[in-house]
Design a protein around this ligand. Sequence first.
Ligand code: BTN
Length: 231
Amino acid sequence: MKYDIEKIKKNCPCLNGIRYMDAVDSTNKEARRIAPDGEDNMLVIAERQDGGRGRLGRSWHCAGEDAIAMSILVKPQIDSEKVSMLTIIAALAVSRGIADAAGLDTSVKWPNDIKSDGRKICGILSESVFSGSEFYSVIGIGINVNNDCFPDDISDIAGSVKQCTGKCVNREDIVIEIINRFYEYYEVLCREGDLSSLMDEYNGKCITEGGINKYGELILADGSLKRSGEV
Ligand code: BTN
């Protein structure tokens, strides 16, 4: 079933607009295309994404109407070195949103893989761009919602909300919960400037040993810190 965009608009008062498309190469790319002239707090969302991008140069498989492919465009008033914290709040928002909309508990592999039953059900790709005096961030979120199966190359590692709960879930309910949770966390991050009030919640869900500090950095076993990448 296609998205009910009016329902998303009505239930996400923090958004200034929604760019909705039937098909797109990548919602992150589209968000970056509209960003220079676009408003703050926009949602880019598509029924189908044919050239989805993942972290570390990988591609992202998106199963049409069984999956969610969306990007949030924000123009935050925070220092550039703090943008990696947007990734952390996005992971929290996705985990909470999936719990609230679908009743599924998930864990987070630092920095932002959302997993359930050991399988990845969501990936997040945050990209920040400095253009002249403007600075914006695109937070791309891909979620496997009602998939029954996956291509061979990812069938061992990928999972969907439906596979974990046994139930089909309405995609816009998940989108609405995630957007609203994201803006709650975003308000805290912008007001406080770090993750002091949010890191305990994140660490409670984090399956990566060490957990994060108030800047979203992973605390490694030898006490050193990792700001980005993978473990
Ligand atoms: C990862 O590698 O785990 C991150 C995957 C991010 C995929 C999402 S789908 C929506 C948005 N558009 C993209 O091209 N990528 C992100």
